[in-house]
Every structure is written in C-alpha cells, then in structure tokens.
Design a protein around this ligand. Structure first.
Ligand SMILES: Nc1ncnc2c1ncn2[C@@H]1O[C@H](COP(=O)(O)OP(=O)(O)O)[C@@H](O)[C@H]1O
Ligand SMILES: [Mg+2]
Length: 328
C-alpha cells in the first residue's frame, strides 16, 4: 500500500521482573499497519497480545522493561516522555481496552463521559459543541435515541451498547489508528456480530488503521486484511487473511482454525489444541510450541525455528511450506 506504515513495531520485548531475574512476556514482536488497513492479532489467552500493544503505547505495568522500536507516523514512541505519549493517545491513536465494563465511570452519565473525552484533546471546544459531537458519535455507532441515551448511566446500557459507547469515545477525536483489544469477547454471539459490523463500518468510513486483538480467529475472517498469529510472546505466522485460512503454515494456526466454532453444524464438542501455553519464564527448549505440536520432529525440540517467508506469507515453523502433505 503506502510507502511507509502508519504504525510499525520492531523487535518489541516486554519483560517482568521476578525474583531478581526478568522473564519476557513479549519476545521480539514485529508487525506493521498501513494507513486504513486492518491487522488482526490472534493468539490464546496469555500469549502477550495485551501486554505487547499496551507497552507499544507506553502503557506497560510499573516495573516492566520495554525494548525495541515502535514508530507511529514515522515517530519513535519508545522512550517518548509520558506527556507526549498521553497527547498521542486519545487523539491520533485510540485504544479500546479489554474489559469495557471497568473502563466506564459508573457514577457519570454516558454523555458526560463522552463530552469529557472530546474536550480532553480539544480544550477550546465549548460544552455545547462537545455535546453536539457526543450526540453525533452515538449516532455514528448506531445507538438509537442518542439524546435519551446520553443522559443515562453505564449500568442502564447492555454489554453491547456499552461497547458501542467505548467505540464512540475511542473515535471521538478522529484517530488515525485504533487498537481494539478483544472488543467482542464478553458479548454473546449475535451482539458480537453487531459490534464487528459497527467497527467495520467506522473503520471504512473514517479510514482508520485498525488493530483487532482477539483470541478467536473466527472474528477476523471477513474483518481483517492481514493477520499476525502470536504464540508465547512471538509472532509465529503473518499473512493476508485469505491466505492464512487457505494455507496456514504453522501447526498452531491450523489448531486455531480447527477451534473456530462452526455455526452451521450442531456440534457441542469443539476442537481445542491439547495442552496449555508455557507459563511466563518457563519456555521449553527449541520451538516454544513443540510440546503441543502434533507435527513436531526432533529438530523442534532442539532448535527454535526462524521465520520462513513465501510470497508475503511468513511462518516460524521448521516445516512451514514444506511441499510434502505428510505434515499434518
Ligand atoms: N503486571 C504483570 N506482571 C507480571 N506478569 C504479567 C503482568 N501482566 C501480564 N503478565 C503476564 O504476561 C503474559 C501475557 O499476558 P497478556 O498480554 O495479558 O496476554 P493476552 O492479552 O494475550 O491474553 C501472561 O503470562 C501474563 O500472566
Ligand atoms: Mg489480552
């Protein structure tokens, strides 16, 4: 697409200190988002998706060590003073945090909170103009009766409606990049689909660069342009979304695809990948996925695979893109 990406993360590492040593939750993630592009980041719970993207915006937990490079519109964010980062967040970069419930203030009306978000980055805007903007924002995320809704408190909103409010607040200042962390996780399937529609429409209308973080690869089908698959703090596969589904190069990705619930069949025994991801600081030798991998060979126990690339599709597996069909 464009010559330079809107957002570019290179070799991002986030380590937590424990008993005098550091353990990396994010182990060298590199990815980029072009203007107007939708990047999906997918991986099981605990793989470092949230910690990684929060750290990329300077929101790492106290005491975490962050290294690598994060460029937004050509500007390096790692090491930027907190004030500068805060200015960027909520204006040009917006984030919808995992757990929208705790992100809204229960004792303020929704209208007051949106107005506050608008005025935070536009201190000269009148209250009246900000209130108009709040009404427009609710309409933008398809919340009916915006005037009545603005006067209500968060508890008067359903989970789906609350998530719409979070989306409205995130785009209040017309960002170029929106990072949405598990935007549909807490919602039931029908509402999930509605929220994805709202996000997709906004993304197209506002030409947002969008990072969609999810543990559910199914959410990304039809909604992402490209996908980065994360396992144990590393990107193990990256490809265009259709290519990823058509010929996944990593056994982990194949497992994630097999785990997507099929709505068209009655099936309550869903496939899931055997075992659990390694705990923080307890990585196995060789490929981090090998203890759970049905295709693992001897080399996988010994050597961590590097990324192999084929026509813009990359996978970190010793057997990726092997011509033989013998590999499961
Ligand atoms: N404040 C913290 N201190 C220590 N470890 C943390 C902290 N926050 C997250 N972690 C660990 O970092 C890893 C990645 O977590 P997270 O990014 O939340 O995963 P995901 O978003 O992919 O589900 C997990 O092992 C988690 O336990
Ligand atoms: Mg998370």
């Amino acid at each position: 697409m464009s010559a330079s990406p809107l957002f570019e993360v290179r070799d991002l590492r986030v380590a937590f200190g424990r008993n005098g040593t550091y353990a990396e939750a994010v182990r060298g993630i590199s990815l980029h988002v072009d203007p107007g592009e939708v990047l999906g980041i997918v991986g099981e719970s605990g793989s470092g998706k949230s910690v990684g993207m929060l750290a990329a915006l300077g929101l790492q937990p106290e005491g975490a060590r962050v290294t690598g490079s994060v460029r937004f519109d050509g500007r390096e964010l790692v090491g930027l003073p907190r004030r500068e980062l805060r200015k960027l967040r909520g204006s040009r970069i917006a984030m919808i945090f995992q757990d929208p419930l705790s992100s809204l203030n229960p004792v303020m009306t929704v209208g007051e909170q949106i107005i506050e978000a608008v005025r935070l980055h536009n201190p000269d805007m009148s209250r009246h103009a900000a209130a108009d903007r709040a009404r427009d924002l609710l309409a933008l995320v398809a919340i009916p009766q915006p005037d009545r809704r603005l006067a209500q408190y968060p508890h008067e909103f359903s989970g789906g409606m609350r998530q719409r409010v979070m989306i409205a607040m995130a785009v209040a200042n017309d960002p170029d990049l929106l990072i949405a962390d598990e935007p549909t996780t807490a919602l039931d399937v029908t509402v999930q689909a509605q929220i994805m529609e709202v996000l997709a429409e906004l993304q197209a209308r506002l030409k947002l660069g969008l990072i969609l973080i999810t543990h559910d690869l199914g959410v990304l089908a039809g909604h992402a342009d490209r996908v980065a698959v994360v396992y144990a703090g590393q990107v193990v596969e990256q490809a265009g979304v259709d290519d990823l589904f058509a010929r996944p190069g990593h056994p982990y990705t194949r497992g994630l695809i097999a785990s997507i619930p099929d709505m068209t069949v009655q099936n309550d025994r869903l496939f899931s990948i055997d075992g659990t991801p390694p705990a923080l600081g307890q990585l196995p030798a060789g490929c981090a996925f090998h203890p759970r991998c049905i295709a693992a060979g001897e080399i996988c126990r010994r050597e961590a695979p590097s990324m192999r690339e084929e026509g813009g599709h990359a996978a970190a597996c010793h057997f990726a893109f092997a011509p033989s069909e013998t590999i499961a």
